[in-house]
Design a binder for this molecule. Structure first.
Ligand code: EPZ
Length: 424
């Protein structure tokens, strides 16, 4: 069942629970490699990317036991990971090419095992996505690294603390280097570090394991290396991109929804743009309510590293701009090819011009359902939002992209009153 059929035109109404954050869960799962003691992780979202990474870790010798299935929506799974039997520090191409975040095993393997053979992730739909900054930082800590036949071969007796300033702000690069530094000899300082909330959630988990990480969330992170890490329990933070996606779906359909088990704390830039678009918001400690106006106002965007407007929300906001009153300019500064959703939105009747990393979106009175194709994770979310607001039926093909990052999406949409179901 590779298509999602959506009949648009119904304002979303009701309440759903948000799942654990994919982009926090992925590095935290890799942190299990840093210790021979069990790491219990709860609120793991039931996603293909998570399943792929668990399969990779099991291939390396990590024992994975799922101790709890989701009891209520948004609760996710609980798993205990035991890397005492780690014996195969290899991340093979066939797995890495389907899930580039596998590169997050590189730092932990080097730190605890002293060697790693990790396939280069290769590019993806949204860009070349090199990992040169990951390699540069690990070399600064004393790792010997060569790249042969598409694999990163890395060795280190014991990594040494270093001062590293990355050339570019990189989320998984920062995460890889923090994990590697937790077991290095001496202090590591990472300057120009990514400030994303998922980096902070990883640091919280590492410190529960006995690491000494400070400054996570700022652009200078300090890690005092220790000899070993120990067992811990960690509950993954809510997914701020899933939260933003459902807020956009409600905004685009003129609806009113309440999202629970989430927080606006990591979404300031997104909340501001929804308020500018004319939405009413009520923010509680662990819930957000949005009520949309009859028609949104166009909002300009420029993506940039956290806390600025997140690139992972750019495609979703392009969708809401398609029907908004006025003209919006969108500038994508993080990835070189993250407008793959434009051609598909144009099939629904959107008026969008692209010039390099700059898009001009002129709001139209209506979109009309049509067959479209998902090209990457957030582009597929953009098509879902547009389909929910379009007149008639839209069939979105290749929705395996959606399954990588959105847990039970059609169930959640149906609960909000949408007509959405999988079909061949
Ligand atoms: C993380 O990817 C996220 N993935 C992405 O989310 C997100 O879009 C991205 O950060 C930016 O916020 C995970 O956390 C698993 P980067 P990451 O390294 O770490 C360049 C989603 O939709 N760069 O911060 O791979 C790179 O090409 C995904 O959930 C280098 O040049 O992104 C890009 O232009 C998509 N050299 C920029 O930096 C490097 O060594 C930012 O990339 C590393 C990155």
């Amino acid at each position: 069942m590779d298509k999602l059929a959506i009949v648009g035109g119904t304002p979303l109404k009701g309440e759903i629970a948000i799942s654990g954050a994919k982009n926090a869960a992925l590095p935290i799962l890799c942190a299990s490699l840093l210790t021979a003691e069990p790491l219990e992780i709860s609120r793991l979202p039931n996603l293909n990317d998570i399943a792929t990474l668990l399969k990779l870790l099991e291939q390396m010798g990590v024992r994975v036991s799922k101790t709890g299935q989701a009891r209520q929506p948004g609760e996710g799974d609980t798993a205990v990971l035991d890397a005492s039997g780690l014996h195969y520090p290899v991340a093979p191409y066939d797995l890495v090419k389907t899930m580039r975040a596998s590169v997050l095993t590189l730092g932990p393997l080097l730190a605890r095992y002293g060697e790693a053979r990790v396939s280069l992730p290769g590019g993806c739909a949204i860009g070349a996505r090199p990992v040169d900054q990951h390699v540069k930082g690990l070399q600064a800590m004393g790792a010997e690294i060569t790249v042969e036949q598409g694999y990163i071969h890395a060795r280190a007796n014991r990594l040494k603390g270093a001062r590293i300033c990355t050339d570019i702000v990189t989320v998984t690069g920062t995460e890889n280097l923090i994990m590697a530094a937790t077991l290095a000899q001496g202090e590591t300082i990472i300057e120009n570090a990514a400030r994303e909330p998922e980096v902070v959630d990883l640091a919280h988990c590492l410190n529960r394991m006995g690491a000494r990480v400070s400054g996570a969330g700022s652009d200078v992170v300090r890690i005092e290396g220790v000899r070993k890490l120990h067992a811990a329990q960690h509950r993954v933070m809510p997914d701020r991109v899933e939260t933003g996606t459902y807020l956009c779906a409600a905004a685009a359909t003129g609806g009113s929804v309440r999202l629970t088990q989430t927080s606006a704390a990591c979404l300031d830039a997104v909340i501001d743009k929804l308020l500018d678009a004319g939405c009413e918001m009520s923010l509680e400690r662990d819930a957000i309510t949005l009520t949309a106006p009859p028609r949104l106002k166009a909002v300009n965007l420029r993506t940039a590293p956290y806390p600025a407007f997140p690139t992972d929300m750019q495609a979703q906001f392009m969708a809401i701009n398609c029907l908004a009153e006025g003209t919006a300019t969108i500038r994508e500064t993080i990835f070189e090819n993250r407008f793959m959703h434009v051609a598909e939105l144009q099939r629904l009747g959107a008026d969008i011009q692209v010039d390099g990393n700059h898009a001009i979106v002129r709001g139209v009175p209506a979109l009309k359902g049509a067959p479209v194709m998902a090209t990457d994770l957030r582009a597929s979310a953009s098509l879902v939002i547009a389909a929910l607001a379009a007149q008639g039926e839209t069939r979105i093909d290749r929705i395996y992209h959606l399954d990588r990052g959105y847990e039970h999406m059609e169930e959640k949409l149906t609960r909000l009153g949408a007509s959405a179901h999988r079909t061949a």
